[in-house]
Design a protein around this ligand. Sequence first.
Ligand code: C2E
Ligand code: CA
Ligand code: CA
Length: 567
Amino acid sequence: MKELLERKKGLRRKVLIVDDEAIEREMLGDMLSDLYETGYAGNGREALDTIRDESAAISLILLDLYMPKPDGYDLLKIIRGDPALRRIPVIVLTAEKGSEVECLQMGAADFITKPYDAPEVIRARVGRSIELAEDSVIIHETQRDELTGLFNKEFFFEYGKLLDSQNGNTPMDAVIVDINRFRIVNELYGRAYGDMVLKKIGVGIHSLVNKTGGLACRFDSNSFCLYVPHDEKLREKLPDYISQVRETLGGARITVRIGVYSDDGSTDEMERRFDRAKLACRKLRNTYSTGFNFYNSELHEKELYAERLISDIDTALAEGQFRVWFQPKYDISGDKPRIASAEALVRWAHPEFGMISPGIFIPLFEDNGLIHKLDSYVWNNAAAEIKRLRDSYGITLPVSVNVSRVDIFDPRLGDELTEIVTANGITENELLLEITESAYTDDSRQIIDTVSALRERGFRIEMDDFGCGYSSLNMLTSLPLDALKLDMKFIRHITDRPKDSRLVSIMIEIARLLEVPVIAEGVETREQAELLKKMGCDIIQGYYFSKPLPAEGFEALIKTEKGGLLC
Ligand code: C2E
Ligand code: CA
Ligand code: CA
């Protein structure tokens, strides 16, 4: 590609003249050698050798049809049939006008009859053929994903829409194929292996699209889109298609999730169909096995609900519909548990839908780039609450806030948090930052740098949902953190599943190694609390001590427990 663009910029192109008559070769050479570098071959075999050796350098071939075997016809067939040579345009030379159509059908770019016309005409035809061929290669290459040969995303959508506008009402299905945990595949087996997987899946998709009609593209690093004529039986056929592609992958343990938006006669835009296929795909939560899911009316309802929540966020912020609740974290290392800090958790008192849990709207806002507005609001509220508690009760109670993975990519994050603590009259070490473990595995270097910078400013970092991400021990030792928060799912069965309690003790060991305290979250019973204390856990958060409380309720709790609080 680069090479071609360079050549477009005016380097001399090479033209190969193939004719068994020396006089004819010379005549053509004389006409072209001031504009082009010329090469010559006096028979088919010699021509083929030169073409193979210099295929990258040759811009055009002038080919005499009638030569001893292999003749011009044979050569043309070979060139057109070889993917490495196909891009070279061939202009056929012959005294016989009748073969024109046949040669053009065989893929010749143009035709020049003997005896030759004026040199200007020949030069113009050569020039035009070279330009057309180079343009088409450039277009072809910019339309395609280099690795798989499928369309790239931009052209895919452009062509798809063009197809829709030409095809009128032909119903089309949108299919999205997502390779599960592809990043891990790359990490475990290397990039070359990952590329091989992509190529093979690409080939499978290509052949499917060729069979059924339609288009396909590589959508991003690990997913593909197919836009194919509607097929009533797609649901039944999918398992077959999947196992065909699987076979080509041999023993590779690759699994995919497939989301389908099957045309129901709607006139939706292509992009929207793919959004829906994507949604159906996302709903397949199991990322360890192959599965598919069709967009349906239930998903449609959920989608409408989600859209409604998204469109309501600004009004909700302006009208104070979001409420910040607080859940205390108890230090259990002493004789008597005492409140050590709290976590700020947001709720939405929606005027129509009632109280909505963050588990519903947070992921939605994270996907739509809206989370930052809400998080800022919560951080400010939490900071104000810390100040209020100090002013009213003379206590310093740190409060942790959740920092979304998306927030961490914002270069202004540190400044913003500092501004918030300053504006609210508190200090950096009172606003604790909870960052989920899985955030670190996305793009660890950048995240580690950002989080280290936050820590240098004086913020303390708690790693949330510990045990759910993929941090290696090695990585953990280099992470900037001040506490580990064990994920709730390990606590749930800690008293009745020996495996879970062993896991928790290992995680507590790790925290010891890192010299940071451990917070156990989701503790609901006395048995769990006692066992955790015995295991050496430092801090407990959970319904056993208190559910998250509205600010007033939390203040009431502080008042009753004030005696045991740090002053
Ligand atoms: P998380 O950060 O892991 O928060 C802990 C969740 O566990 C909270 O759910 C809390 O109410 C719940 N929980 C606490 N103790 C117990 C217990 O003993 N048993 C059970 N079953 N659950 C317990 P919540 O408030 O629904 O929040 C869910 C998630 O939403 C949070 O998980 C967090 O990831 C996210 N979230 C909440 N508020 C915010 C926020 O302001 N910003 C961001 N970015 N995310 C938030
Ligand atoms: Ca949290
Ligand atoms: Ca958590």
